[in-house]
Design a protein around this ligand. Sequence first.
Ligand code: H79
Length: 473
Amino acid sequence: MDRMGSLRLAHLLLLICFITGCLRTVSLSAQQPHPVTSVQDTETPAQRDARMEWWRAARFGMFIHWGLYAVPGGVWEGKPSNGAGEWLMHDDKIPVADYQKLVSQFNPTQFNAHDWVALAKAAGMKYIVITSKHHDGFAMFDSQFGFKPNPFNIVSATPFKRDPLKELMVEAQKQGIKLGFYYSQDQDWTAPGGAAFGGHWDKAQDGDFANYLHTKAIPQLTELLTKYQPAIIWFDTPTADMTPQLASEIVTLTNKYPNLIWNNRLGGGYKGDTETPEQQIPPKGFPGQDWETCMTINDTWGFKTNDTSFKSTETLLHNLIDIASKGGNYLLNVGPDAHGIIPPDEADRLRAIGKWLDTNGEAIYGSGPTAFGDEDGAYSTTEKDKNGKPVWVSQWDWRSTTKPGKIYIEIFKWPNGAFHLDKVPGQIADAYLLADPAHKPLKITQKGSVADINLPQQPLDPLATVLVLETSH
Ligand code: H79
């Protein structure tokens, strides 16, 4: 756990809240079939494989949380908040009209779509998911809908007047990277009728949820899907308001885009395409399912001036490898500031990961999960959590990924002399280090499933050195 950065109380609360929200919707819908069948319900396994192919091979994506909340940056009336930057309005119970006034200060003139996309590419990321509208209801694109009588989007309401999502769409196409949109379909703290965890705090928020969906969320999702051709829609925080019937209206829309990938957070009992553990890596992943861990680099999603608890490059890279070894994707977040700058502490770490991937990407992209399975840790035989369940104790010596005929061992803790394996599937025909341009063969001693591979004294990369085993049966 400590390797993933401190799992703060707020994160825990966040998780519990999210799970309860989901459970309520799931139990509602368990009694009845979907009012509208989704693509996932009707496609064949082969069609699903084709639809998910690029996503499965991608392994690494960039999450971008950028919105009006970047202006206060986690500080309201001089008081820094403890929560995530994008939750400031909720945490401080800021009245709608006061929050709306931030628009006049939002002028991110240093935003450069080319540079953001180039950074994602330099990091070795294969897709970008950016907030098109977070819970605060502010749209980061040119929209005709929402917040009557005043428009509440970056083009109509700010001095900036530009459409960053359109600019990113153009750049993503140019530089060959997939682009997806996060859209908060359920919580909306500035639209009448939009949901708010824990309830509304301003009369301006009151209204009918179905009406909010019909006048804002569905029209805006339609705008996004028709004008920006996103590869992904990333829903979030479903509540009990999202009945199967209402969710099915959104599914009717997404069904029109048969290549679209969307996650398991729509609500209304729809499973979507992907499991989405947040701020954590499940010990064994989700075997046989598509899944993606989303995680912050520091402790916040949306920019916060005071949050400097950045995870180390080593931790972030080990997380990526850990996730790949369990068959998942890593959606790693950056929180650009109100000028449009991705914090250098975040960008630096991404570039360092990209440098490692330049050499070692073969072991990550398009790889399958581990050939082993015990190397990531074990449940403690003595320690129990507060629910009486054994505590998971992670091991961070090495991980494994696979491709047909190849086993990759990503070594974090360099052993003395030889790398030992005692459950090798098949016969090792060749062994070498991926970062060695000559792929010089390493001495193999194998007896049955037990093998030792002689290693040089020093790792080729202190972050992780990849040992490749070519196997035959
Ligand atoms: O977009 C990011 C988060 O803002 C969003 N999901 C990621 C991708 C997310 N937000 N909240 N949640 C998920 C769950 C919310 C938790 C809460 Fe709370 C716990 C709301 C009330 C208690 C956090 C802690 C906010 C206020 C206190």
